[in-house]
Ligand binder design. Structure first.
Ligand code: UT7
Length: 329
């Protein structure tokens, strides 16, 4: 009898646009201060995509890096999955635009929408496709241009978000099983607390939706904050339990980077020392589905994670959605 297929993580990559927007720059745009943003969120700067630089362009550059680090030929990829809430267009999918840029003609490609939990949802999706034997080598992306759906007159939200993309190549393996566990959750009764209301079937685009700024992020920050902490800790504990590992086995925890105070509260609630928690929010801001994968890529590149180490990604976002995954890098 054939052994159950495992999932091997072959490589990762990331890409950030060149333009840096600092808190001091934001002081010129809205009534805010570096002091308020730093102390309330931990963010100092974020990257912003250029005009004419699309989500699929960021995804493309991150993909090239991941393909190189995986040491595969692009033609080996047989499924392209893009987690994003800021697609190039409503349709076709950003995955299709990316597929074309990579020259992967005919390979299936689709987007996945789970807001800031998108990449963790993507890992569970890629794992299921690979374990079923349906696809062998998956290119999974988290890519966002949140700057394009930001209301630059709303100081409650415009200081929080940024742009970037991360990529991972996962492949079927008889020997390795690098995705030890996944745990996902969602509760649509919280939908109104974090959303972009305009442009869909509820509020089709009109002059009124544009003037009413319905095509940008609306968030009730305090409520989101309160729910994020217990849900992230719960997801992290569940994925840990499913992996058969304990806190001490995990070399590094990578929580979604939305607010430094949330990251610290989750670590405290779980009893994890901050030395084992990866933080890069100060230079990225919140980049939704691109957050955990770009952080993972940075942790690998900077030697915070070495081959064979266990890492846990923990996510929370609009929907609400949440999830966690234990990986061996
Ligand atoms: O990625 C998905 C998940 N997203 C999140 O997890 C975000 C969760 N929420 C948060 O991170 C925080 O709630 C925020 C950072 C958004 C806000 O922090 P807060 O401590 O909850 O502040 P607040 O909304 O209660 O506002 C406190 C004060 C208010 O002034 P008053 O009413 O007390 O006079 C705000 O108007 O701070 C004011 N304020 C600002 N002041 C300067 C809000 N934004 C700003 C700003 N600069 N940018």
């Amino acid at each position: 009898m054939n052994k159950k297929l495992g999932v091997k993580i072959l490589g990762t990559g990331s890409y950030f646009p060149d333009k840096v927007l600092t808190n001091t720059d934001l002081e010129q745009i809205v009534e805010t201060s570096d002091e308020w943003i730093s102390t309330r969120t931990g963010i100092k700067e974020r990257r912003i995509a250029a005009d004419g630089e699309f989500t699929s362009d960021l995804a493309y550059k991150a993909s090239l890096e991941a393909i190189k680090s995986a040491n595969i030929k692009p033609e080996e990829i047989d499924l392209v999955l893009v987690a994003t809430i800021t697609p190039d267009m409503f349709f076709p999918s950003t995955a299709c635009f990316l597929q074309k840029k990579l020259g992967l003609n005919s390979v299936p490609a689709f987007d996945l929408s789970a807001a800031c939990s998108g990449f963790v949802y993507g890992i569970a999706t890629a794992k299921a496709f690979i374990e079923s034997g349906l696809y062998k080598t998956v290119l999974l992306i988290g890519a966002e241009e949140l700057s394009k759906i930001t209301d630059w007159t709303d100081r409650n939200t415009c200081v929080l978000f940024g742009d970037g993309a991360g990529a991972m190549i996962l492949s079927a393996s008889q020997q390795d099983d690098n995705v030890l566990s996944t745990f996902l959750g969602a509760d649509g009764s919280y939908a109104d607390l974090l959303l972009m209301p305009g442009g869909g079937s509820v509020n089709p685009s009109t002059v009124e939706t544009v003037n009413g700024k319905l095509h940008s992020i609306k968030m009730q920050g305090k409520e989101v904050f309160k729910t994020a902490i217990p849900k992230m800790a719960f997801a992290a504990q569940k994925a840990l339990e499913f992996s058969g590992k304990n806190l001490d086995d995990i070399k590094l925890f990578i929580p979604h980077q939305a607010n430094m105070r949330i990251i610290e509260a989750v670590a405290k609630k779980m009893g994890i020392p901050m030395e084992k928690v990866f933080v890069n929010i100060y230079k990225t801001g919140n980049i939704s589905s691109a957050t955990t994968i770009t952080a993972l890529d940075e942790a690998i590149k900077t030697g915070k994670l070495n081959k064979g180490d266990l890492v846990e990604l923990i996510a929370f976002g609009g929907g609400f959605t949440w999830g966690a995954t234990v990986l061996r890098v």
